[in-house]
Design a binder for this molecule. Sequence first.
Ligand SMILES: Cc1ncc(COP(=O)(O)O)c(C=O)c1O
Length: 434
Amino acid sequence: MNAPMPKSNALQKRAWKVLPLGVNSNFRFWGDGITPYIQKAKGAYLWDVDGHKYIDYRMAFGPIILGHAWDEVNDKVTSEIEQGILAAMTYELEIEVAEKMVKLCPGLDMVRFACSGTEATMHAIRVARAYIGRERIIKFEGMYHGFQDYTLWSTYAPVEAYGNPRNPIPVPSSSGIPRSLNQMVVTLPFNAPDILERTLKSIGEQVAAIIVEPCMGNCGAILPQKNFLQFIRKQCNKYGIVMILDEVKTGFRIANGGAQEYYRIKPDLTTYAKALANGYPLAAFGGRKEIMSIIGHGVAQGGTFTNNKPGVAAAWATLTILQREPVIKTIETLGRRLMGGIGKIFEEQGIPYCMNGYPAMFSYAIGVEEVSDQRSWNASDKEHYLALAEALMERGVMPDYDPREPWFLCYAHGEKEIDDTLTIFREAVKTVKR
Ligand SMILES: Cc1ncc(COP(=O)(O)O)c(C=O)c1O
């Protein structure tokens, strides 16, 4: 960024001494001297320590569905934590949140809470394996299911390492992941029903679960092609495989009932986190009663913080607001305007692009006309995307610095923020083009 960031840079220097890369997640490090440190966030806005104000489209990687520091959520948390935070026993409020989730999400008969999306996917995979008595799982290239070792494969490696799409090579996304786990994971390109079908013909009866994000929420928001999710559902039925829909990003964001409501599909298990509690730490996984009921009968699941009161209270308030107000509808209307406006600007400037995702969670790939999986997305002009992201940030609009990460909207974004964003976007596109 060209905007001066003396305070951020000083904090970064200090942080480097005690935090690897000066941050608490690799994804929050944008580079030396260009990583903002944050002062505060409220509604649709974020302020960095140097006093720059941004219309925020990162929404903390998606959890903020209402707005930053939403008063009603904070008030509920504050009143609840006065009655204690952790008791290593169950509060009534947890049951109420579970009841709300079961009511809203078509695929849920029962749920269990966790603290992060990573934990939720890890638990869901264990339960699936235990239920079906098999060990291998299938995941799709470019999909991210958290930092646990079972799924951190072919997530953001250079796609050249993935081999031929008909016979992909699972590539670990970190040192330290046991190599032997590649016996457990099969990676496939998204939106390729023929490849999935062929793979299952050969190993279908060894597969415990297919884990899939409804869209490629960690790679440019690429949507499932027509009936691809339904095709997965059918193949799971055919081979007795557990279908795990990872709704950590889409849950309580693209519909009150998430992608399973949106696509009318019933997975066997589903994972949630992010928008469930508008930024407070709570995650969950759940699904069919027959599967969930094995937990506690030879199948382990738990955690000291899985019923942390701030997270549970925030989820209670967030779900109450989602049930009461047209949150998703409002976001959808504004998001559609923003997507359309951005597309129009690219067209005016003669820049090839393709728009992906949902109004609440979208992205654009520059320089390509269609993308269907991580391999085709990789051909997009990521340098152009980055240069544009920098020009936007200099002008007060903050998308993520990583082109794989979608733009997220929240209930606090209004017409004014969309108007301002489009004005700035037009200016930024022209600057970068020049
Ligand atoms: C689809 C999906 N699953 C799982 C995770 C992991 O969630 P968490 O960061 O809460 O561990 C993420 C995080 O971005 C995600 O997008």
